[in-house]
Write a protein that binds this ligand. Sequence first.
Ligand SMILES: [Fe+2]
Length: 187
Amino acid sequence: MASDDAPTGPVPPAGINHLVLNVRDIERSDKFWTELMGFKRCGELHRPNMTMRFYNGSTDNHHDLALMEVPSEKAGPEEDDSWSLAPAGIGINHFAIHYPDRESWLAQLRWLQQNEVKFEIRMDHGMTHSVYVSDPDGYGCEVLYELPREVWEGDTDAALNYAVPLPTEGEAALEDTTEVPIFGANA
Ligand SMILES: [Fe+2]
């Protein structure tokens, strides 16, 4: 489909890519998901005010699961209803669905925009290019396409920590660069 064609319907996603849970105690959940459920930790967010860890299974995906610890003062219901990736309480932070390739992802973004689905956040990560939207109940859904494995597997942790916010409205929200950093290239 040419990029200026108005889409006539949604693009079927390839599937669920990962799930992020807000948890009360990161160490307790880490133990459960690794020692009992068999995931292995493959990265950690290096930010002062966010405790987040990433896990994968046997496919060595950049992450299948992530856990974000809810600050104790936010363990109850949140009154601020603005949409954010910062955990407001325990539960699902967001889940990600992936599209087969860049072209199908861009067509889906165009379809969503045409139907006035708000892009809450748009972000280039080191391993995906992503738009976060809310479903009718407020579940965060990350709409993404994956960058080639060679881009991130040299340093998965660095790729997981890479986050470039991008415009969420108008034509600028549909511009996507193919010039991406290669992680671990000079390690
Ligand atoms: Fe995500």
